[in-house]
Design a protein around this ligand. Structure first.
Ligand code: ZN
Length: 90
């Protein structure tokens, strides 16, 4: 499904836009493969979404990421904590 895996071994290949929340400039390298150059794992500091460079385009491309799973960065602060943290006992 989608484009073939892309090698993203260089920092210059750092994605600019998060596929899930559409934030720009918030992506960092989370880790790299034990075998150099096999894959790079990225993470978004806004929504904590993470993905591997070798995954299908619908995982990493904002234009083809499933709309039902998109996240609005403005809504993150209002998201409930599940399970609810109970009140402290006296
Ligand atoms: Zn994000």
């Amino acid at each position: 499904m989608g484009r073939p895996p892309q090698r993203t071994d260089q920092m210059s290949d750092l994605p600019t836009t998060c596929a899930r929340c559409d934030s720009t400039g918030t992506i960092r390298v989370l880790t790299t493969s034990p075998v150099p150059g096999a894959w790079t794992m990225y993470a978004c500091s806004t929504c904590t979404y993470s993905w591997r460079s070798t995954e299908a385009a619908y995982v990493s491309d904002p234009a083809t990421y499933p709309a039902a799973f998109k996240v609005d960065p403005a809504a993150i602060a209002e998201m409930p904590v599940v399970p609810t943290v109970p009140p402290r006992r006296a």
